[in-house]
Design a protein around this ligand. Structure first.
Ligand code: FBP
Length: 552
């Protein structure tokens, strides 16, 4: 592998640990916190997790290490989509493990949770791990989306752990993976396997957060990367003055990524799915809202602009959700084959027209034909429309175009509208981790080892006070069950970690709301530029605006 100069330089970077973890493993002790309760459905969660529910939160502090001395054999997996900093979680875990005993062993299970089941692994050593310090990607052991959820799978994992003498597993994943970590921890405890499970909060989507977890890792780097490019686009738009850019950003259902990018770049428009749902906005109302910005700017002679669209937006438009549900029903079971057998789009359209209610047909009819067809092409393994694959940036620019044509006919708009489309997602998931993510991830991994050493099971590695310099960060752990509630999934009540959506009364949204009217009409763009890895701390160690506003 040929290394870039930046990669070579990043090898030399020493990630910063929270102050209380800096004095060496023998100088870290536990401070017990309060016993915990789940965020909701306490009785049900307690009944489902009798061995791991209600445990105390803990923080680490400087003091004599009182953990029981023993050889540590630990396994680690990466689960789900890539997020910058994943390698550093493993590096931090490895360094703490080796610092506490040279004979300790770290297994990396390959390809995500399936590696644990198939017993596909490697054993880390210095030479291997050193190639991955402060680097990007999940290629150190690979990742995957296999769900660890059945008793049969748990029994196989327990068997594989026993075979290797593994006494703890670290699961680096998002809300679903950490839900599964909690279930696995409970299984291990109930079956007296002696294996502990520790989770680490990962996802660029930023939706794994709560009063304890201030942010998931990867969100910082991914949003900085998207914001850099959006800022570049804004500058191009402001130079050429002829295009409206519609930029869709990843983030699944929640709009945290879109909101952070808007706070960083001050575009003319940014849609927030959670607000669209709260206000029960229709597609036509959203298009009208964007068209207002286009028309008002055109009146000033500015036929250019930038609009940010969150990936999951359409799920939040009530009439669109109903349409999707009806389409899922229309094509349920054998009906898909009958639909696919129809030779032309005209015949298919007639079939759809017959099957949908009048209201949903009215929504369907206003969609551009390309989007209409997408709704029938892409299905997930359960046969449902995959809303995240819908090109909503094109959908809204088409609807805006129609809206503007009507305004033109009425004589209320005289501008030119030339839209361009972008989708940013994969570009940010594997960007070189920012200093923040490099430090945060390394700390999460190091801290995960401390939780293992002190015998905790079913805990999430927690590092907080993140808006302050790393020296002041607080390391500790919280029982995963604290974040859980019961939700309906695939027709069944399931214990799951509550997903954090954008809070409309939260400081980041309030800030955006207070400024967006001005941003919509004026040209207030800010250009964040590229992530800086070397230089003054106020440039290189800055975290997100979301975190800064939440903690202000
Ligand atoms: P995780 O929830 O696993 O962290 O993944 C996040 C994400 O990047 C979403 O933003 C996006 O919708 C999805 O993964 C894409 O998934 P895939 O990698 O399977 O294309």
């Amino acid at each position: 592998m040929k290394l870039s100069p930046l990669q070579m330089a990043r090898y030399q970077y020493q990630p910063k640990l929270p102050g209380m973890l800096r004095n060496g493993i023998s100088e870290i002790c536990v401070k017990n916190g309060e016993a915990t309760e789940s965020v909701a459905d306490q009785e049900k969660i307690k009944a489902l997790f009798p061995n791991t529910y209600g445990k105390n939160e803990i923080t680490f502090q400087k003091g004599q290490n009182t953990s029981e001395a023993r050889k540590q054999v630990v396994g680690v997996i990466l689960s789900g989509g890539q997020a910058p900093g994943g390698h550093n979680v493993i590096c931090g875990l490895y360094d703490a493990l080796k610092a506490s005993g040279k004979d300790n062993v770290l297994y990396g299970f390959k390809g995500g949770p399936s590696g644990l089941i198939e017993d596909d692994y490697l054993i880390f050593d210095d030479e291997y791990i050193n190639q991955y310090r402060n680097t990007v990607g999940f290629d150190i052991i690979g990742s995957g989306r296999t769900k660890l959820e059945t008793e049969e799978q748990f029994a196989i994992v327990a068997e594989n752990c026993k075979k290797h003498g593994i006494n703890a597993i670290v699961i680096i994943g998002g809300d679903d993976s950490n839900t599964n970590a909690a279930v696995l921890a409970e299984y291990f405890a109930a079956h007296n396997t002696g294996v502990q499970v520790i989770g680490c909060p990962k996802t660029i989507d930023g939706d794994l957060k709560n009063e304890d977890i201030e942010c998931s890792f990867g969100f910082d780097t991914a949003t900085k990367t998207f914001s850099e490019v959006i800022g570049n686009i804004e500058r191009d738009a402001n130079s050429a003055k002829k295009y409206w850019h519609f930029v869709k950003v990843m983030g699944r259902s929640a709009s945290h990524v879109a909101l952070e990018c808007a706070l960083e770049t001050q575009p003319n428009v940014c849609l927030i799915g959670e607000e669209v749902a709260a206000k029960k906005m229709s597609l036509a109302q959203i298009a009208d809202y964007i068209a207002d910005s286009v028309a008002n700017r055109a009146a000033k002679g500015w036929n250019f602009g930038v609009a940010i669209i969150p990936e999951g937006i359409v799920e939040f438009v009530p009439e669109f959700s109903v349409l999707i549900a009806e389409i899922n029903e229309l094509l349920a079971g054998e009906k898909t084959a009958a639909f696919n057998a129809l030779p032309t789009w005209k015949e298919k359209y007639a079939f759809i027209e017959q099957g949908l209610t009048k209201e949903s047909m009215a929504v369907f009819a206003i969609l551009p034909e390309g989007i209409q067809q997408q709704l029938f092409l892409e299905r997930d393994p359960h046969g449902n429309v995959q809303v995240s694959l819908i090109e909503s940036e094109k959908l809204f620019s088409e609807l805006v175009k129609k809206n503007l044509a009507a305004r033109k006919a009425a004589g209320t708009y005289k501008g030119k509208f030339s839209p361009l489309h972008h989708f940013f997602g994969y570009e940010g998931r594997c960007a070189f981790p920012s200093n923040f993510d490099a430090d945060y991830c390394y700390s999460l991994g190091y801290n995960a080892f401390m939780l293992i050493q002190y015998g905790y099971n079913g805990y999430l590695s927690k590092v907080s006070n993140l808006s302050k310099p790393a020296e002041e960060w607080v390391a500790g752990g919280m029982p995963i069950t604290k974040m859980m509630n019961i939700e309906r999934r695939n027709g069944k009540d399931k214990p799951v970690i509550r997903k954090a959506l954008v809070e409309l009364d939260g400081a980041p949204f309030k800030f955006f709301e207070a400024h967006r009217a001005e941003w919509a009409v004026e040209t207030c763009y800010t250009y964040p530029g590229a992530i800086q890895y070397f230089g003054p701390s106020e440039v290189c160690d800055l975290t997100t605006k979301t975190l800064a506003l939440e903690k202000a």
